[in-house]
Write a new protein. Sequence first.
Length: 380
Amino acid sequence: MSNMTKKKKELNQIINKRVGENLGKLLQQNQISQTEFPDKLRELEWEYTLDRTAINKLINDPDDSNLSIPFLIECADYFHTTVDFLIADNSKAAYREQNSIEQRMPRKAESSVIAGKESKELLIENPSSVFFKNYLNTYFCYYYSTISDEHKEENPIFEGELSLYEEGERCGCTLKVDTKKYRSNGEKFYKTYIGNAVICMASQTIHCSMCDYEIGEYCDLIFRYSQLNSAKQACRMAEVLSTSSGPDKRYPVIHRMLLSIDRIMEEDYELIKSQLCLNNSEILISKEKLDSLKDYSEEYASVIKEIESIGGKEIYFVNEGMINEIVKKYMPGKEEEFTNDLRKCAKSYRYNKVSKGVDTNLWNILHRAGYYKEITDGQA
């Protein structure tokens, strides 16, 4: 074997190893199995895909054979990435991405979970920990659109999937959401956020910090943690810090997201719609809306009648833009000052929290509707 041939085979082995590692990660992040992938490429009528055996060998036992350039192009197109990414040594880049999350989270240098001392740790990062045991799963996600121009009742409920999984000594997490939009080639456009999850024992919460590296967008998700004995976590309401989706109106936004181990049928969306709003223990409702509830049933009518007997205050629902137009007539140039004073007198909340009552109510509502039948202690 000539030196040139030997060097070529060595280079082929390096490239194949890199492609196998990068392709394996892309499949895991998009929740596609190695056996499914060739079929998905064939469904798109692409002609250069490898068979299942070849893809399995490429990922698990790469050799020094020549890898088809058209196949690399098809893989890059499918995952909306580049051939450069597929053949690059992304281990350092992945390390930087993973550690960018670390840098945003103040923690002791020695905070990794140590066997026998887990209960003393403030931050649990290792997915092999007993604390993570019943949370490593894929959850169906439901949330309202964050396009500000749409009125709440007109907003569709968007769907997605959140996966928590082992990634070495870290808990990996991937959030894949259906944007209900399509790419120019006709494919559905999904946002895929990738990152890590951490259990904060002091605050009894799970934090997922993720980024969609294709569009450069961060997403932080937090939900309540409780120790479960045997069952998987059934459902949780999460708070999400992200960016609104409207074109040319990309603003910071906070919204709620339901995480459910069971898929919620579309005909049952009415059960979760109100829970996805930023609710508070005080319920503000117009007289018109309150009266409309009487038509639900005689029992509802009796409840509403007693609520009305307690007495309430008249509520005004006014739009800030409309107020500004009125202020311009009488105090031109002072719209901001008037609105600021109006907000001081208005009923508003300084924060929004997801209490244990929110999670318990969701469990009860959905369990009575037939969900989580095989789970006995996932409502804690």
